[in-house]
Design a protein around this ligand. Structure first.
Ligand SMILES: NC(=O)c1ccc[n+]([C@@H]2O[C@H](COP(=O)([O-])OP(=O)(O)OC[C@H]3O[C@@H](n4cnc5c(N)ncnc54)[C@H](OP(=O)(O)O)[C@@H]3O)[C@@H](O)[C@H]2O)c1
Length: 331
């Protein structure tokens, strides 16, 4: 049996390309004492992976050249020498861009494919869903009647943020790329409004979508989008910096122009990383599981097929070609 895996072959300068990745075949590893072998069925592709390709100081260690790309997975235990995991069980872990992996179980959780589709444990019932819950409810703490703006609104995190905001009695304003994504955000997900950031009228459209101003920003994008939001903030607003995807491939950082709004509106702006808040994951996952089961939170996925399609799907996601959570089906 062969294991196919994708390695980081070189570091990108600016936008990554196919040349930064290498697909190779190696023998399937054998589990040692206290370990188990997993056949990955699903691979998650996430914006944070762009950061791991750079040898820069960040909140997590970067991928070394020649190492398997980091990535969340869901798969089946094939062979176990670990007392806590049995063959036939399904697990979610960070087992990387590869078809098979051996793990000691640290950071691996069991998932139940009869309760929800396996891929959803990489999205709404996994890290992106918990990110939405933590960033909105723990950090921004919106109150009923407030206006919440969220960028990358049709994506894995943003789609959940806006739906939770609605459940909490807020006005949810999305920002997304193009009329199709904006239509989905309002008609399918129930946001009150959505602004197309590609239409060239960001300030005017956002002002019309948030006629009483913005109380909470859940920022996934940064750059000109954050500047437009800053212009419309209300007094004592909160800005959660979850991600800055417009800057991940930039060779020159964008200089924010409207920072004065933070002073005059006494805004609290806070960044966060969801893995720092492990104590909140059980509560977040319980809420998300209930809301999805009740049909109160909807989600959508972009599915790429086969490990070899992962680089193309990843590069497409960075350009906004994904529509919902980007996953790769490996089986
Ligand atoms: N802090 C944490 O712990 C944490 C955890 C998970 C994710 N995140 C962050 O959350 C954000 C969303 O992640 P996700 O997994 O939900 O990805 P996603 O939204 O499903 O996919 C990325 C989306 O970003 C948008 N985008 C890309 N470049 C853009 C640009 N220049 N201007 C405006 N929009 C742009 C595109 O949507 P459009 O077509 O709508 O433009 C694209 O579809 C990312 O910034 C990510 O790094 C943070």
């Amino acid at each position: 049996m062969k294991n196919r895996r994708i390695l980081l072959a070189s570091r990108p300068e600016g936008w990554p390309t196919h040349a930064n990745f290498k697909l190779e075949e190696v023998p399937v590893p054998k589990p040692g004492e206290g370990q188990f072998l997993v056949r990955n069925h699903w691979l998650s592709l996430d914006p944070y992976m762009r950061g791991r390709m750079d040898a820069a100081k960040s909140y997590a260690k970067y991928v070394e050249l020649g190492d398997v790309m980091t990535g969340g997975t869901v798969g089946e235990v094939l062979e176990s020498r670990h007392p806590g995991f049995a063959s036939g069980e399904f697990v979610n872990g960070a087992l990387g861009w590869q078809e098979y992996a051996v793990t000691d179980g640290v950071g691996v959780r069991k998932v139940d494919g009869s309760r929800a589709p396996l891929s959803s444990y990489l999205g709404v019932l996994g890290m992106p869903g918990v990110t939405a819950w933590v960033g909105l409810l723990d950090i921004a703490q919106p109150k009923a009647g407030e206006t919440v703006a969220v960028s990358a609104a049709s994506g894995a995190v943003g789609s959940v943020v806006g739906q939770i905001a609605r459940l909490k009695g807020c006005r949810a304003v999305g920002i997304a790329g193009g009329p199709e994504k904006c239509g989905y955000v309002t008609r399918e997900l129930g946001f009150d409004a959505c602004v197309d950031h590609r239409a060239g009228r960001l300030h005017e459209d956002l002002q019309a979508a948030a006629p009483k101003g913005i109380d909470v920003v859940f920022e996934n994008v940064g750059g000109p989008v954050l500047d437009a939001e800053l212009r419309l903030m209300n007094a004592f607003g909160r800005i959660t910096i979850c991600g800055l995807i417009s800057q991940y491939n930039a060779t020159e950082p964008y200089g924010i122009r409207n920072l004065r709004s933070v002073l005059t509106n006494r805004i609290r702006m806070q960044g966060f990383i969801v893995s720092d808040r492990m104590e909140l994951w059980p509560r977040a996952l319980a809420d998300l599981g209930q809301w999805v089961a009740d049909g109160k939170i909807k989600y959508r996925e972009s599915v790429a097929h086969g490990l070899e399609s992962a680089p193309q799907a990843f590069l497409g996601m960075l350009r906004g070609e994904n529509f919902g959570k980007q996953v790769v089906k490996l089986t």
